[in-house]
Design a protein. Structure first.
Length: 403
């Protein structure tokens, strides 16, 4: 049985995104390998509630997260936090290696391509990834970042600086295997990595999620209900979503509503914008939705709108598809991988006005054509079962580890 050390700052079944996916990786590995997982201490309470992780030997390190919160305003906080996490990990790894026999050190999270370390110095094969993030800010889309333009431009500058740091390049060149989440990561890696890159789109969904009833509308009066769910921050495309719904105007004969689920730094600005535009009768904010209610909410809607501009995965898109909703999105990043013409409508990334027109047109088609919604929603459920279920990810993990 192989022995694996997993280094994962974030790992938690009770939180979405990469936290949940990382927990799924470790759960699978623990059934076939002896796993030692090093995780930040703030996940300890939740991890100890997971029976499926009982076979994993966890080591918790305590990073002083509050120290770095001021630096998050310019995008440096998490990089600095990760550095402290890795310093603590080195001590744990050194202690584990005293007993020998470790086959792999797998740096699992954070998945961002701009995080790096020097754990290869332990002379144990290092697996990196699945690597995500790093999607470039397309200057044509700058209007979609209003209220946070300086933050995202700052992040782009920091990312450009990191790629010239020798330690970043060495991290990838010294890795035995580099797992990338999507095709978009390949050109971002340094030269010298060819031959050890594997593409595993590890964004996955629980296919047992509740399904939308065939032929149903979200409202008894026939109103077509559109949903956006995600953190209310610029790169999720929430400004783009609101402006696209506004562009529908009176061109649609059917009644419709647009609900925004989530919270985040733009919450106040978005609400004020909707009020100023006189859109509060059509656009509703439903706030943060707890995880236990989140997976059941999709069945109350008819269309899922998620025009994210820098989302490497898009778990929420797969959750919507698994529930039977057609998707309208931008053809970039993770949603571009998971959505095709059979299950939704993808708009090419481009100028802001071009994307608003494209998204609005896509929404118009789906609002007016109930049969198309049904076809695309039914096919979405099938596609998730075929390509994005937990069993599919398990096969990819086992192939990676040769077990």
């Amino acid at each position: 049985m192989k022995k694996v050390i997993v280094v994962a700052y974030d790992l938690n079944f009770f939180i979405g995104s990469e936290c949940h996916v990382a927990a799924s990786w470790v759960e699978v590995l623990s059934r076939y390998c002896e796993v030692y997982a090093i995780v930040d201490n703030h996940h300890k309470e939740d991890i100890e509630r997971c029976d499926s992780l009982r076979n994993v030997k966890f080591f918790y390190v305590d990073t002083k997260r509050h120290r770095y919160e001021p630096w998050n305003k310019i995008g440096l906080g998490y990089l600095m936090l990760y550095r402290e996490f890795i310093i603590n990990c080195r001590r744990v790894i050194a202690a584990i290696l005293k007993d020998g026999g470790i086959d792999v050190i797998h740096c699992l999270t954070p998945e961002g391509i701009y995080y790096f370390n020097d754990l290869y110095k332990f002379k144990v094969p290092v697996y990196v990834g699945p690597v995500g993030g790093g999607l470039k800010l397309d200057i044509r889309t700058i209007r979609a970042y209003r209220g946070q333009v300086l933050l995202y431009l700052g992040k782009s500058l920091i990312a450009s600086f990191i790629t010239v740091i020798p330690g970043w390049r060495k991290y990838f060149r010294k890795a035995s295997k580099i797992i990338i989440g999507t095709k978009y990561m390949r050109p971002l890696l340094p030269s010298g990595c060819e031959g050890k890159i594997l593409e595993i789109f590890d964004t996955m969904v629980d296919t047992r999620i509740k399904k939308r009833a065939k032929g149903s509308n979200g409202n008894k009066d026939g109103t077509v209900k559109i949903l956006f769910a995600g953190r209310l921050t610029a790169h999720k495309g929430v400004w783009l979503a609101i402006d696209s719904v506004e562009a529908l105007g009176n061109a649609v004969s059917a009644r419709y509503e647009f609900h925004i689920a989530g919270s985040g730094p733009l919450s106040k600005s978005l609400r004020e914008y909707v009020d100023r535009k006189g859109l509060s009768g059509v656009i509703k904010f439903i706030g943060h939705v707890p995880l236990e209610k989140y997976r059941a909410m999709f069945v109350d809607y008819d269309i899922f709108l998620f025009p994210a501009l820098q989302d490497p995965g898009g778990t929420v898109v797969l959750d919507a598809m698994a529930s039977g909703l057609p998707v309208v999105c931008v053809a970039y990043g993770g949603p571009d991988i998971s959505v095709n013409d059979e299950v939704g409508i993808k708009v090419p990334i481009g100028s802001y006005s071009h994307m608003v027109d494209g998204i609005s047109h896509g929404l118009n088609i789906l609002i007016e054509d109930g049969d198309m919604r049904e076809r695309k929603g039914a096919r979405a459920v099938e596609l998730v079962n075929e390509r994005f279920g937990a069993d599919i990810l398990e096969k990819k993990i086992l192939e990676l580890y040769g077990v």
